[in-house]
Design a protein around this ligand. Structure first.
Ligand code: IMP
Length: 172
């Protein structure tokens, strides 16, 4: 199926927002033993741009969860396909996610990490589609809010396409 893509958030606006988020996170995580956990693959560019802007030390690790069957339909079932390798026990964990939509994926990851007794677990999402939420998830840091639509670019995909675009687009 062929989609039309329409520019939604240009790269410069993404970078400006990333700097703002990094400034706030650097204040909130001062003096903490922090582990940033990037959700592969969608958060990869957001994760690296954000991590490079932090002014506080942090360790980094990655986790991968899949919930989307194919294209734009969520399967509703979350499966971890790669786990974190660092210990998160007693650490201040900040999950860096691309999009929180129904909330099922990130809440599964939060529950999984909580079994390892971290000091805290918070979520930083590039995009929050809070109106589609099916499960309550507190997104402490949010780049952009989106009411509707399916977006691609800057790491976000549709069936593994479009991830390497610099800007964020809606697919129509
Ligand atoms: P949730 O479990 O419904 O919150 O879905 C979260 C995951 O679905 C995200 O990590 C994305 O990988 C994917 N997702 C949700 N909405 C979009 C979108 O608009 N574009 C690309 N991926 C999306």
């Amino acid at each position: 199926m062929q989609f039309q893509k329409k520019l939604l958030i240009p790269y410069d606006a993404i970078q400006k927002r990333v700097r703002e988020l990094a400034r706030q996170i650097s204040i909130d995580y001062r003096g903490k033993d922090t582990v940033l956990i990037g959700m592969l693959n969608g958060a990869v560019f957001f994760f690296s741009d954000l991590a490079l802007q932090l002014t506080v030390p942090a360790k980094i690790d990655f986790i991968r969860a899949s919930s989307y069957g194919s294209q734009m339909i969520s399967s509703g079932k979350v499966k971890l396909t790669k786990d974190v390798e660092l210990s998160v026990t007693d650490k201040s964990v900040l999950i860096i996610e691309d999009i929180v939509d129904t909330g099922l994926t990130v809440s599964h990851v939060i529950s999984h990490l909580n079994t390892r007794d971290p000091e805290s677990v918070e979520v930083c999402a590039l995009i929050d589609k809070s109106e589609r939420r099916e499960i309550n998830v507190a997104v402490r840091y949010c780049g952009f809010r989106l009411k509707e639509g399916f977006v691609v670019g800057y790491g976000l995909d549709c069936n593994e396409e479009y991830r390497c675009l610099k800007d964020i687009y809606t697919l129509e």
